[in-house]
Design a protein around this ligand. Structure first.
Ligand code: ZN
Ligand code: ZN
Ligand code: ZN
Ligand code: ZN
Length: 150
């Protein structure tokens, strides 16, 4: 193949062009209000009620502690924020602080027990949705459907 002898053509893309810290795109970027990182200015692409998670901007604002912390106007850094910690179940707190929509992830996320279906005992992944809850009980998607069919 035609290997170019010229160096540093591909090696420093980071500095010269700002790119979205989540997906790497270089077009239509804005800085996030919460943490001053470059991100796709793509929120208008989001279709209301579609629940699509294809907007970097929206994902960061809605599904991360950083975005939540900023929206709620908490003081200090989200990483040390006690209010954030208490606002979520530990499982969701950890997910929000470590998911792919974060620029910076929670360094030592707290441990938690997985959430289990109160009926069949299957593990429920809260961040994926599809479950239902009643008081302290959680029901997986399948058990929820069975309930509804009765
Ligand atoms: Zn992006
Ligand atoms: Zn942020
Ligand atoms: Zn907070
Ligand atoms: Zn179940």
């Amino acid at each position: 193949m035609n290997k170019k002898p010229k160096k540093r053509k591909k090696s420093l893309p980071q500095k010269d062009k700002p790119r979205c810290g989540l997906c790497g795109k270089t077009k239509n970027l804005v800085k996030t209000e919460c943490c001053d990182n470059w991100i796709c200015d793509d929120e208008q692409k989001y279709v209301l009620f579609s629940y699509a998670r294809n907007s970097c901007y929206r994902n960061h604002r809605r599904f991360t502690l950083c975005g939540y912390h900023h929206t709620e106007g908490h003081p200090g850094k989200w990483q040390d924020c006690q209010i954030c910690k208490e606002s979520f179940q530990t499982e969701m707190y950890v997910w929000s602080g470590t998911n792919e929509y974060n620029f910076e992830k929670l360094e030592s996320p707290p441990k938690y027990e997985p959430t289990k279906c109160s009926k069949c005992g299957n593990i429920i992944v809260l961040s994926e949705g599809g479950y239902s809850s009643l008081g302290k009980d959680y029901f997986c998607e399948i058990c929820t459907e069975i309930e509804l069919d009765d």
